[in-house]
Design a protein around this ligand. Sequence first.
Ligand SMILES: NC(=O)c1ccc[n+]([C@@H]2O[C@H](COP(=O)([O-])OP(=O)(O)OC[C@H]3O[C@@H](n4cnc5c(N)ncnc54)[C@H](O)[C@@H]3O)[C@@H](O)[C@H]2O)c1
Length: 481
Amino acid sequence: MKKSFLSLLAGVLLTTCCISCADKVSTNYSVPVTRNQEGVFVTETPAKPAGQQDMLQFAAEPMENIRVGFIGLGMRGPGAVVRMMNIEGVEIAALCDVEQDRVEKVAKRVVEAGNPEPKMFYGSTDAWRELSAMPDLDLIYIATDWGTHAMMGVQGMKDGKHVAIEVPSAMNMQEIWDLINTSEQTRKHCMQLENCVYDFYELTALNMAQQGLFGEVLHTEGAYIHNLEPFWKDYWNDWRLQYNINNYGDLYPTHGLGPVCQVLDIHRGDKMNYLSAFQTKTVAIPEFIERTQGRDVTENFRNGDHTITLIKTEKGKTINIQHNVATPRPYNRMYQLTGTKGFANKYPVQGFALTKESFGGQSNVENKNHENLDGHSFVPVQMRDSLLKAYQHPIVNDELIETAKKVGGHGGMDFIMDYRLIYCLQNGLPLDMDVYDLAEWCAPIELSAISLENNSMPVEVPDFTRGAWDKLDGLKFHVKK
Ligand SMILES: NC(=O)c1ccc[n+]([C@@H]2O[C@H](COP(=O)([O-])OP(=O)(O)OC[C@H]3O[C@@H](n4cnc5c(N)ncnc54)[C@H](O)[C@@H]3O)[C@@H](O)[C@H]2O)c1
């Protein structure tokens, strides 16, 4: 009797504890977080105001000439100005940075290239507001540190401009929803400047995937693995190292996630449902700081050296993204596609493994000897190179690639990104990347932190379209008819 009473009591206590765990609301995050009945952590999705339309396939009125204002002229920003100077129809209308010399140096370059002098703003962390308020500006291009991206993007759209924001454009769920709501309300483009989707290998592999060479792509991988030790000292006011010291999770997921989300048609027929994150302990960066600055930051250093985030999609696909800016390793974005008929890999070696079924009996590749296509090994290098040529993505051509390589920016992909942004604006077409791509590719930052702080428990990835993720039938890059 006593035993059964005790087990009843234990059962009641356990149930009460589980219910209170399930209902627990954390206040540590940018939006309220609860746990659902399955134990999955859920971040709050704000209700969509009545009458507010989504931005799927949104196209603005065509603009022949585009006046661009740039905010942030550190290591990244000046290259963007130079690339834009090489695109017909672009006017470098305004430049802004806190630092006067950075603005003047870039303005000089603009003038020396035969262009009118841009308006200049500098001298305070608020000077950008004057640029944003300019009446004669169409697009604001933001390349500042991470902490200012979303705030500037929101204000830019409220001031009537389209905005293009460097990666990651938003660092938490509140910033993501602010950008989505502002874009939907103002009917202004809000594009994340994710350049890696324009890398020639990724573009070609996307085209091959869309033409069915890999069959159904089931599993994908992507990463930002880049030892930043030689670069930490170069960031303005040490912002990047400080961000890694004070935060947790995959802080830079967009280069790895963007290209594979495009292959998986995320919010164009599939959606990410939930993620779980795993992380090593923190060693390398605190050791680096101790070695170079004599400071012991081990106690306060939050981020682990290597972060792995696993994501499951609605249509039963998986994504593995990784982040490591700490340990000595060769640069690696992983980029891997595992399909039912083939496989693509970018790092450390570029290769495709294909099967006879990959071509459905046809091929426009010169080497038609498919006898050795058993999927066990990469196709011969000669065939790989023929494939890369034959399946070059239709948004690029040899002439454009040559210009891109000449103008530069990570081997040319940065130029293709800027070119496509301007091309779509000039022709009144939907941009290649919309505000929901921005949201999905930035979401793992805070969502991975929630998972890591809760024993790698699953965290729901919201449907940022709020009900329209299945409305579009696959990803299309638009071209003028
Ligand atoms: N897509 C890519 O491949 C790629 C490569 C490098 C950097 N980035 C991104 O570009 C951004 C900038 O990186 P970076 O390497 O140039 O950093 P950086 O520290 O060299 O430059 C940041 C610049 O922003 C300016 N700034 C900061 N706050 C400002 C404000 N309130 N108003 C005006 N200017 C302000 C600083 O003065 C500085 O010149 C980051 O988001 C980074 O992640 C992307």
